[in-house]
Design a protein around this ligand. Structure first.
Ligand SMILES: [Zn+2]
Length: 204
């Protein structure tokens, strides 16, 4: 039976249906939500002349990271079509509204890598998402720099708190707060002489 439903992505209808999906839960090898998509459009406008065409030149099997589900990656499989234009006879890959050309990861997927990098190393995120650590790092940095409001924010987006003893073994603990707005680069925000609950609440 076809698992036939329409998904919405940032308030736009996504032009595909999920014809099959299979979940391998967290903890098993190759954990993830594997979805097989079928594109619902019968054709595309030629990227050169704009002529509407439905003639498929060839199919390219494609695998795309589309986000995360229960802490595992969502991995989409579909056939990306190369059409041949009836008017100018050029061939072109069909443009996809949710995926930039030549990409194998959606913007939601990139954001997922960014959030996952908050408490994992790039290498660990890469292992979970079948990519190498360097590739995760590149995506995360690109995605992060595309959010200028985040970098300009003066109030930290995320705060981490910890305790620290300035005199080891003396039990004299201070409160330390970190700005975790850039997840992989904690910055010391402030230190306070007491870590007592009422004092911490006052600082916050
Ligand atoms: Zn054309």
């Amino acid at each position: 039976m076809r698992n036939h439903y329409i998904m919405t992505n940032e308030e736009n209808e996504v032009p595909f249906v999920i014809v099959h999906q299979e979940e391998i839960p967290l903890g098993f090898s190759n954990a993830g939500l594997y979805r097989h998509l079928q594109l619902t459009s019968h054709g595309a406008h030629c990227t050169d002349c704009g002529f509407w065409t439905t003639k498929v030149h060839e199919y390219h099997p494609k695998q795309v990271i589309a986000g995360s589900h229960n802490d595992t990656p969502i991995i989409d499989h579909f056939h990306h079509r190369r059409f041949v234009c009836d008017s100018c006879h050029r061939t072109f890959m069909e443009p996809l509204s949710w995926l930039k050309p030549y990409q194998r990861i959606t913007e939601i997927g990139c954001r997922t890598l960014l959030y996952r990098s908050a408490d994992c190393t790039f290498k660990a995120v890469g292992e979970a998402f079948s990519r190498n650590g360097q590739n995760v790092r590149i995506h995360v940095l690109e995605n992060y720099s595309e959010q200028p409001d985040l970098a300009e924010r003066s109030t930290p987006l995320l705060i981490g708190i910890d305790e620290m003893s300035l005199a080891k073994g003396k039990g004299n603990y201070s409160l330390v707060m970190y700005d975790l707005s850039v997840p992989w680069r904690p910055q010391l925000l402030l230190m306070h002489e007491s870590r007592r609950k009422d004092e911490v609440m006052k600082v916050l």
